[in-house]
Design a protein around this ligand. Structure first.
Ligand code: PLP
Length: 387
């Protein structure tokens, strides 16, 4: 195959041509600062506000509940650190406690670690072998923490693709008077989200995971949650997130959100068909392999495997020599040879977890590419096992 086969869409996606075209005028023509009072700046301000309305519509929120950020990591940090701060302010300095899961992205886990340094507690909700929160144990876990202030559970997992029971968790959080945050970085633009029906109080998303540019995202904050600012400075974003807005990025995210929602059903059907074909062949044609994550509650583009007796990193490097881009677990932890925290949390032994290969499909992948990838995977895994 002459061209590169990109199978790492959970790490990032190609910025769509329509997105780049939509952004361009805001780089070279309408480059005014949205905070200025003259008409030229008005153009940028109008563009930002129309994206705010569009994004709000996609999750059934109000425009004033959408705050633009630099991406998923900032949104997650803001939600967690300031929810704890808010609790402290409202309870005479008493430290809050976060309930989260052991399968979250490092943006959540390391924020919890940082808060723990400042004497805030956090604990993990139990997950099953597919990485899904075990619902019967949730209420008891909440009740065990009298200063619990926030529950943060990801919408869908970036490594194994498992989709969490968000609506049920939202209902429990509401009943127990906890703020409910979800890291929807892997889900927004791929799954329909309804913040009201799902009782979501805060939601993080990132444009580069759904065909938008890198370095821009948003945090949804329900109207009646008085979340303090995280970045201080100017009065942008209703005094909640200072800094001159990334106008081209926001415009690009808006275009990507529009396209992702328009194409969602069709794209999910197409990637699921290709993914299922790939999974079937890998599980039937390669010995000693398992599919990790939930079969039933799963992102339609995710195929994450563990091959016994090999290392995922070496497999990814060898596949790269064949022109195929895949990830060995989480892109963000690439470079470290430690077992993935997600695979450890779902109880996988090291001899399996070390052989993790994550394949995530996107709009441009074809059946021919799946066939080629299966053949190369068979070759690479057999070669590695022979050594
Ligand atoms: N949360 C999840 C679940 C992710 O997969 C990622 C990125 O991979 C992030 C947060 C961080 O997002 P960003 O790259 O926009 O900072």
């Amino acid at each position: 195959m002459s061209r590169m086969i990109y199978l790492d869409h959970a790490a990032t996606t190609k910025t769509l041509t329509e997105v780049t075209e939509a952004m361009e005028p805001y780089q070279e023509i309408y480059y005014g600062n949205p905070s200025t009072i003259y008409e030229f700046g008005e153009k940028s301000r109008e563009a930002i506000e129309s994206v705010r309305e569009l994004i709000a519509r996609t999750i059934h929120a109000r425009p004033e509940e959408i705050f633009f950020t630099s991406g998923g990591t900032e949104s997650d940090n803001w939600a967690l650190k300031e929810a704890v701060h808010l609790y402290e302010r409202m309870h005479n300095g008493r430290k809050g406690h976060i309930l989260t899961t052991p399968v979250e992205h490092h943006a959540i886990l390391n924020s919890c670690m940082e808060l723990a340094e400042m004497n805030c507690g956090f604990s993990y909700l139990q997950v099953d072998e597919s990485g899904r929160v075990y619902l019967p144990a949730v209420e008891e876990c909440v009740m065990g923490q009298e200063n619990a202030c926030l529950m943060s559970v990801m919408y869908a997992n970036n490594e194994i693709g498992t989709v969490e029971p968000i609506e049920e968790l939202g209902r429990i959080a509401r009943k127990c008077q906890l703020i409910f945050h979800t890291d929807a970085v892997q889900a927004y633009g791929h799954l329909p989200i309804h913040v009201q029906r799902e009782h979501i109080d805060m939601l993080s998303a990132s444009a580069h995971k759904f065909g938008g540019p890198k370095g821009v995202g948003f945090l949804y904050i329900r109207n009646d949650i008085n979340l303090p600012a995280f970045v201080h400075g100017g009065a942008q974003e209703s005094n909640r997130r200072a800094g001159t807005e990334n106008v081209p990025g926001i415009v690009g995210m808006g275009k990507a959100a529009e396209l992702a929602h328009r194409r969602m059903k069709m794209e999910n059907r197409r990637t699921k068909y290709l993914r299922d074909y790939l999974v079937y062949r890998v599980l039937h044609e390669i010995p000693d392999v398992i599919l990790t994550g939930s079969r039933q509650f799963r992102l339609s583009n995710n195929a994450s495997f563990c091959f016994k007796g090999i290392t995922g990193e070496a497999a990814a490097i060898l596949l790269d020599t064949q022109g195929i881009c895949v990830s060995s677990g989480s892109a963000c932890s690439t470079g470290s040879l430690e077992d993935s925290h997600v695979l450890s949390a779902i109880g996988l032994e090291s001899e399996w977890a070390r052989g993790a290969v994550r394949i995530t499909l996107g709009a441009e992948n074809t059946k021919e590419e799946m066939e080629y990838t299966v053949e190369k995977l068979k070759m690479v895994i057999a070669d590695m096992r022979n050594i």
